[in-house]
Design a protein around this ligand. Structure first.
Ligand SMILES: Cc1cc2nc3c(=O)[nH]c(=O)nc-3n(C[C@H](O)[C@H](O)[C@H](O)COP(=O)(O)OP(=O)(O)OC[C@H]3O[C@@H](n4cnc5c(N)ncnc54)[C@H](O)[C@@H]3O)c2cc1C
Length: 476
């Protein structure tokens, strides 16, 4: 087993792994250094929002922190409010409180099994493997560990191509919406706001800013101009166990087959928004997507790299729309904004953003037919999905690992090359015995690797490997 372990990251993934490890009796006591970046870590990006408008997109019953206790969050929420139901979509802030309370409890009880934990309120900036293990650099200091786990979430967003320096410098072009939303104050000016992208983060931005800025008008621009699909009020009953579909996808692993089979199984187009009758629910397409979830990682593993690339080019947006859905309350709020004429959705692509002489942002965009048009906005917020492009990132630790040739970037920009169990690969493509990742960095290996149900499984499996007494076969 690895006795001294460095866990790097300040979000839900790191908090889950820390708690998994501290709550185990191990052959020898553990010494954990948690490089958390702050003293009260654990909420991370998703659950650090202070806004009650930002809801979980997974029902409360499925958001437990541990594989052994999937209903843990529901119990916590019901201890505060007995009216909460398992099918509810609760505020992410509450989930952050839950994560904090669980990790604090695990840290408080660490002595039960003689474990020791040191919460380092700094980010880890470098990792250097050595014969003895790994040296972690942070601030002006360094420390030693036998093994390290990267749980750093997705990478800081980068501005889209075409955004000019002056537009960035104006402070009106926002690449990272979360700190912006947290600090945005009430404003009653008639602001014109453009949101680029139309996923769940765009929806969070629209709900928050439309409440804080009651006279603002919003335009949302994306390739297809479509909102994420909505969840139904209550979970649907699957029509069958989905095994025929899974088998058909496995038999012919290519993106075209995936698209064809999925469209057919989902009866695509039949249920646009709000299919709520019993009849519709019995064959609800959502059950097809949700039913794939236990198999998605192994199906992805079967797809050759060229087919993965094709899937990302042609089907990613449709997958994300169907897979990451809006809670019903959120759907209602967005529809209300549209009906009040405060939100307009556009199809097209942003070509460039520049600063106009009078200090506004001039956005040039391509129209679906090929023409271009320029419009001006007061604020532009970029929400184009998770950044996992490790080759182009400025994230200090990831850069150092790549520049020093210690790990390999995924060739499709989906994190780092890794085994499916989380071992990162060295420059020869061999698994490193004592360097692991969980969460978004494993998207290339697993595709489905960002939400709590996947993260808690990864945390459990990496914890098992860390404390296992079996000799590690992977290379150092
Ligand atoms: C807006 C949003 C809503 C979501 N809603 C849901 C949901 O409802 N249900 C669900 O299951 N999933 C949801 N997700 C998916 C979500 O990503 C995961 O549930 C989970 O929060 C991921 O946690 P993480 O720890 O991997 O990443 P993060 O939350 O990104 O946390 C990683 C943290 O590590 C820090 N860090 C980075 N580098 C270093 C370093 N070198 N040293 C120390 N710290 C570092 C980062 O600053 C960050 O705070 C949502 C995601 C987003 C973005």
């Amino acid at each position: 087993m690895f006795q001294k372990v460095a866990i790097i990251g300040g979000g839900a993934a790191a908090a889950t792994l820390v708690s998994e490890l501290l709550e185990r009796r191990t052959p020898k006591p553990l010494h954990l250094d948690w490089y958390a970046g702050r003293p009260d870590a654990g909420r991370g990006v998703a659950y650090g929002t202070p806004s009650e408008r930002h809801l979980l997109n997974v029902r409360a019953a499925s958001m437990g922190m541990f594989v052994s206790k999937p209903g843990g969050f529901l119990e916590y929420a019901q201890s505060l409010d007995p009216h909460v139901k398992g099918s509810d979509f609760l505020p992410r802030k509450l989930y952050g409180d839950f994560l904090r309370s669980r990790v604090e409890q695990a840290i408080g009880n660490a002595h039960t099994f003689k474990h020791h934990i040191n919460v380092v309120p700094f980010t880890a900036d470098s990792l250097v493997p050595s014969k003895e293990g790994i040296t972690i650099g942070y601030g002006d200091e360094s420390a030693h560990a036998d093994a390290a786990v990267l749980a750093i979430g997705s990478l800081p967003p980068r501005p889209l191509p075409g955004v000019q320096d002056a537009a960035m410098a104006s402070g009106r072009y926002v690449t990272d919406p979360w700190p912006y939303l947290a600090s945005a104050s009430e404003d009653d000016r008639p602001l014109r706001v453009l949101v680029i992208g139309l996923g769940l983060t765009a929806v969070d931005v629209l709900l928050e800013l439309s409440a804080k800025w009651p006279n603002a008008r919003f335009t949302a621009l994306s390739r297809h101009g479509k909102l994420p699909e909505p969840h139904l009020d209550s979970p649907s009953v699957p029509g069958d166990d989905g095994s025929d579909l899974i088998e058909a996808l496995r038999d012919d692993p290519n993106a075209r087959n995936w698209s064809k089979r999925l469209r057919k199984a989902m009866g695509l187009g039949r249920y646009a928004h709000g299919a709520n009758s019993d009849e519709e629910r019995a064959v609800d397409w959502r059950t097809v997507i949700d039913g794939m979830r236990p198999h998605t990682q192994s199906l992805w593993a079967d797809l050759p790299v060229a087919e993965r690339a094709r899937f990302l080019r042609h089907a990613r947006w449709a997958w994300e729309r169907a897979r990451h859905r809006m809670p019903p309350q959120v759907t209602d709020a967005v529809i209300k904004l549209e009906k009040a004429d405060r939100l307009k959705r556009l199809r097209g692509r942003m070509r460039s953003v520049s600063l106009s002489p009078d200090g506004e942002l001039a956005v040039l965009r391509a129209l679906p037919g090929g023409n271009e048009i320029t419009e001006t906005y007061d604020i532009v917020v970029q929400t184009v999905g998770l950044n996992t492009d490790t080759l182009r990132t400025k994230h200090p630790l990831v850069r150092q690992l790549i520049v020093d040739n210690l790990v390999l970037p995924d060739s499709l920009g989906l994190g780092l090359k890794a085994q499916r169990d989380g071992h990162l690969l060295d420059h020869d493509g061999k698994p490193r015995a004592n360097l692991f990742a969980i969460g978004s960095l494993l998207r290339g290996a697993l595709w489905e690797s960002t939400a709590i149900p996947e993260i808690r499984r990864q945390a459990q499996s990496v914890a098992n490997m860390l404390v296992s007494n079996k000799p590690e076969k992977a290379t150092k």
